[in-house]
Design a binder for this molecule. Structure first.
Ligand code: PEP
Ligand code: MN
Length: 336
């Protein structure tokens, strides 16, 4: 529910509404939104119990407006129709910003990871990506180096000064990755792993949340609510392709999702063209579409020697094309 205060409402009156809500309904999530003219309190939780409180009779309260969407904290209304902005190291997410997250699918070896980190930095990456726990479809394929890869992530960071994005696949990993990983990635297969989302939301680190293979956008936003409701406001959404009847690319990149999410949520939205494309030749055209429709950034798999990669070899960009690719994407973003 949105509690809209009168234009004339004073700080004392706003605070007493918040106090009343915290006292009578302590389970509610409260968020004060201060607009240029109005102050609104977003109160998420039991709307029926909230209506019973008869807040409209309190001084300074104008009216109650229900939040109609199933997602609440992620809703653009809850942020007063303003987009979120936050920084991750020296990278800024928010209106007008554009971030390139480059790096290997997974840490393959120390040498390859460091060489790739240097390549990505020189191509202009804002953040580096590299998985150590890989959610593979088959248990018989390379699962990533696991904890042994954390030292390599640290070296990649030290070598480049760039923040590291890496996937957490189980709650038990949180304690060990927290000192190394700067952005916690929740992969597509775990978008609906609610306890994992809650654990990620408690880590006091930004979270990159990827859309599930068959998830609707409202489901994605409700998953974001799990993270936001733990108090972590730095959530980045990622469209990475969905399952459809057409198998001609690895997944079907739902570009429209970017524009729709921009209407629904205040959170930044980036696109992963690599996993949608599944092959190198499609990565750039998919990425161009993503930038053109308004994505706030791209996460693109890149490695120095894709021919040797044990994971997602066919879709990773390499030393031949990453600098040119990055330059084109930034120019396209600027021109728009
Ligand atoms: C990844 O980015 O490493 C990955 C596994 O992607 P997704 O979860 O989108 O499949
Ligand atoms: Mn991959």
């Amino acid at each position: 529910m949105m509690i809209v205060m009168k234009r004339s409402a004073r700080e004392k009156e706003i605070a007493s509404v918040e106090e009343r809500l915290s006292r009578d309904l302590p389970e509610l999530h409260l968020k004060r939104i201060v607009g240029q003219e109005l102050t609104v309190i977003a109160a998420i939780g039991n709307a029926d119990a909230l209506v019973e409180l008869d807040l409209e009779s309190m001084p300074g309260v104008d009216r109650l407006v229900p939040i109609d969407q199933p997602y609440k904290l992620a809703s653009i209304e809850t942020q007063g129709h303003k987009n979120s902005s936050f920084s991750v190291g020296s990278a800024e997410f928010g209106p007008g910003q554009f971030n390139l997250i480059l790096g290997p699918c997974t840490v393959e070896s120390e040498e390859s990871a460091i060489e790739t980190a240097r390549l990505c930095k020189s191509a202009g990456a804002d953040l580096l990506r590299a998985g150590v726990f890989k959610p593979r479809t088959s248990p018989f394929t390379f699962q990533g180096p696991g904890y042994a890869g954390l030292g390599v992530l640290k070296e990649m960071k030290e070598e480049t000064g760039l923040p590291i994005v890496s996937e957490m696949t189980s709650i038990g990993q949180a304690e060990k990755i927290i000192d190394v990983v700067d952005v916690i990635q929740i992969g597509a297969r775990n978008m609906s792993n609610y306890p994992l989302l809650q654990a990620a939301g408690q880590m006091k680190k930004p979270v990159l949340l990827k859309r599930g293979l068959s998830a609707t956008l409202d489901e994605l936003l409700q998953s974001a609510d799990y993270i936001l409701s733990e108090g972590e406001e730095r959530v980045i959404l990622c469209e990475r392709g969905i399952r459809t009847f057409d198998q001609s690319s690895r997944f079907t990149l739902d570009l429209g999702a970017v524009a729709i999410l921009k209407e629904k949520t205040h959170l930044p939205v980036i696109v992963d063209p690599s996993h949608a494309a599944g092959r190198r030749s499609l990565v750039e055209p998919f990425a161009r579409g993503a930038v053109a429709i308004g994505a706030d950034g791209l996460i693109v798999e890149t490695i120095t020697h894709p021919e040797k990669a044990r994971c997602d070899a066919n879709q990773q960009l390499d030393a031949e094309n990453i600098a040119d690719f990055s330059k084109k994407m930034r120019e396209l973003h600027r021109s728009l």
